[in-house]
Structure formats: C-alpha cells, structure tokens
Write a new protein. Structure first.
Length: 171
C-alpha cells in the first residue's frame, strides 16, 4: 500500500489539527515508507502538520507566519494551495489525515477556489485540490469517518484517490 509513497520524489502531508490516535499511528507508519531522498512538504499548523515536522526535521515547511501568504484566515488557504502546488509541480504524492467527514458539496477540482470555498475543512479542501490536480493521494480515515465517493478503499482505514478517467482512442 505504501509503495506509492516509497517511490515518490516528493511527499506532501496534511491533516487535522486534532488528529485521532489512530491517525497519528498511521502517520508514523507511512512516514517509515518515505524514501530518505524524498522532499517532504508540510504546512505550519498544529496536529498532523506538527507531527509530520517532527518525523521529518528537514521538511520544507510553508508557514503563514512568514507573511508570504498574506494575512487573515485566507492566508491559511493560500498556504495550503502552495503546499499542494509545490508537491504537484514535483510530481509527488499527497498524504492526508482528515478527522471529520468531507463537507457536503466538496468535490475535487484543479481550481483552488472551488475547493477552498469556505466549506469548513482545510484538510478536505487540500485533498480535493490535490486530487483535482491529478496528484496520487493516500488518505487515512479514522473509524467512523465515511469516505466520499471520490476515494477508494485500500484497507486498514486507508483510501486512495480515484484515478482520472482516460479517453481511449479507436485509432
């Protein structure tokens, strides 16, 4: 299941500011599969971001406090878009640990404003944007948190993004 991560040149992590014990355990498990040469990208929030920074001391940390993303609540969304975009431009993998159900109406899109539209979950918005950008994604959902239709089960609480449809040619 973690072969996607072990072969990645860049891995982005995001998730809940209040992760479950199961999510933190899953984060530790997947972190062990990340190649020593991979670039790890993570945000500046508490919870999953903080735990990932602890597991990867040399991670690229995109921080709202730097001022690079402006100010106010929207700075966090711009930071998250920058994290996903950095991983996408490197051809990487996105790993996410949301702790609540996906907000109704949130669907993957390569247009960041469609994902970060005030529906209330930065973890899900980041994941929807990553899937919309075509990034391979791994997602851990703790018991009781349902998966949206755009994720497929991989076992043990893990899910992956649904591959984008491919138009076949007759010639």
């Amino acid at each position: 299941m973690f072969s996607l991560v072990s072969s990645a040149v860049c891995v982005g992590f995001s998730g809940s500011r209040s992760p479950s014990a199961a999510s933190l355990s899953a984060l530790s498990s997947v972190a062990g599969a990340v190649s020593s040469g991979a670039v790890v990208v993570v945000g500046c929030a508490a919870g999953v971001d903080l735990s990932a920074r602890g597991l990867f001391p040399s991670a690229v940390v995109l921080s709202v406090a730097s001022g690079a993303f402006g100010s106010g609540r929207s700075a966090f969304a711009r930071r998250s878009v920058a994290c996903v975009s950095r991983v996408a431009s490197a051809g990487g993998v996105w790993v996410s640990f949301p702790s609540s159900p996906c907000p109704p109406g949130l669907v993957p899109s390569s247009v960041s404003s469609r994902c970060f539209s005030g529906l209330g979950s930065g973890s899900w918005a980041s994941l929807a944007f990553a899937v919309g950008c075509g990034l391979p994604c791994l997602v851990f959902l703790p018991p009781g948190v349902p998966a949206p239709s755009w994720l497929v089960p991989s076992g043990g609480g893990w899910f992956s993004s649904v591959p984008a449809p491919v138009q076949l040619s007759l010639f």
